[in-house]
Design a protein around this ligand. Structure first.
Ligand code: HMG
Ligand code: MG
Length: 316
């Protein structure tokens, strides 16, 4: 078992975007910045900081341009692979103006989710992605593209893996550097992950594929393991398990970054992330949001810390 584990895994932190886009409360830009700094201090070097989408569609991230400008003014952050979600040329112009080195396009493997999320059919979305990718590549930007609902769509049910293959072929033709396959409603099981990667592998270089699991039904870590065994070495995760797509009913939090790092540490796979510092970032996220977050490791550490504090207070 596990004879071919990779030496290292790239973890892409999406909490400040995928996590905060789904919060009911408005989070202050200064708090978002503090959280991004704490995540960077923990060693995360790829952080999706916000979105440049319509503020009417995602009001929670309406401060995207301001936040990105502030992030890029902090030396330690501007050196990282900071990125933002971009749906069209308007969003790209804002990302370029902020000085981001990477943009993250997004589209869906189902027509219904595509319509609900970006008001475009799959073909219209592909045309827009091509338009933005062309300009971004000419500007020397790194381009990632998410494909959402690759396993199941909240409106259409199960999605055939062939749909992802057709989209991936087109994204590679556009010069997209990395494709992140999204289990947007956290419905996949490990066998489906293995089957999808097996179908894509002959045509899509595995080093350019990432997996993006939401943990709605508790299968995210099992799916990561299936991904690792299939040769994937890039995984998205969100601090504390924050997250969800407002245009995918039932989509709850992403795989928690701390849960992922805990598992990879235990398996001897390097990530460059310090789990104790990451836990502090998780506690900060809880403080900012004013509620406990769903990540399991965070809950366990929170209980341990409370016990430790109690013991120390009894000593005095
Ligand atoms: P639309 O209404 O069809 O677009 O929305 P439009 O071109 O007709 O523009 C409408 C208004 O939006 C106009 O303003 C535009 O200027 C403005 P108005 O004239 O009415 O005042 N607008 C913009 N403003 C700021 N930035 C922009 C922008 N573009 C247009 N970039 C649009 C189309 C794509 C804009 C809209 O549908 C949208 O913003 N959707 C975003 C949805 C979203 O962010 N969903 C969540 C992220 S996806 C996700 O979570 C999944 C993922 O995590 C992976 C996974 O889990 O699977 C990535
Ligand atoms: Mg997501």
């Amino acid at each position: 078992m596990f004879e071919t584990l990779p030496a290292s895994i790239q973890v892409v932190e999406v909490g400040p975007r995928d996590g905060l886009q789904n919060e009911a409360a408005t989070i202050a830009t200064a708090d978002k910045l503090k959280l991004i700094e704490a995540l960077a201090q923990a060693g995360l070097d790829q952080i999706e900081i916000t979105s440049f989408v319509s503020p009417k569609w995602i009001p929670q991230l309406a401060d995207g341009p301001d936040l990105a400008r502030q992030v890029m003014q902090i030396d330690s952050l501007s050196r990282l692979q900071t990125s933002a979600l971009v749906p069209n040329l308007k969003g790209y112009s804002a990302a370029k103006e902020a000085g981001l080195k990477q943009i993250n396009l997004f589209m869906s493997a189902s027509e219904s989710h595509s319509k609900k999320n970006i008001n475009k059919s799959i073909d219209e979305a592909l045309a827009t992605m091509a338009e933005v990718a062309q300009v971004a590549k000419a500007d020397g930007k790194r381009v990632r593209c998410y494909v959402s609902v690759v396993f199941a769509c909240p409106y259409e049910g199960p999605i055939a893996p062939q749909a992802s293959l057709d989209i991936c072929r087109k994204l590679l033709d556009m010069g997209v550097d990395e494709i992140s396959l999204g289990d947007t409603i956290g419905a996949a099981t490990p066998n489906q992950v293995v089957a999808l990667i097996k179908l894509l592998a002959p045509e899509v270089p595995l080093a350019r594929l990432a997996l993006h699991f939401h943990d709605t039904r508790g299968t995210a870590l099992a799916n990561v393991l299936a991904g690792i065994e299939s040769g994937i070495t890039i995984f998205d995760a969100s601090i504390g398990g924050l997250g969800g797509c407002p245009y995918a009913p039932g989509a709850s939090g992403n795989l928690a970054t701390e849960d992922l790092i805990y598992m990879l540490n235990g398996m001897g796979i390097k990530t460059g992330v310090d789990l104790e510092k990451l836990t502090k970032a998780g506690f900060l996220a809880q403080e900012i949001l004013g509620r406990p977050l769903p990540g399991r490791y965070l809950k366990a550490r929170f209980a341990e810390c409370a016990l430790q504090e109690k013991k120390e207070s009894q000593k005095v």
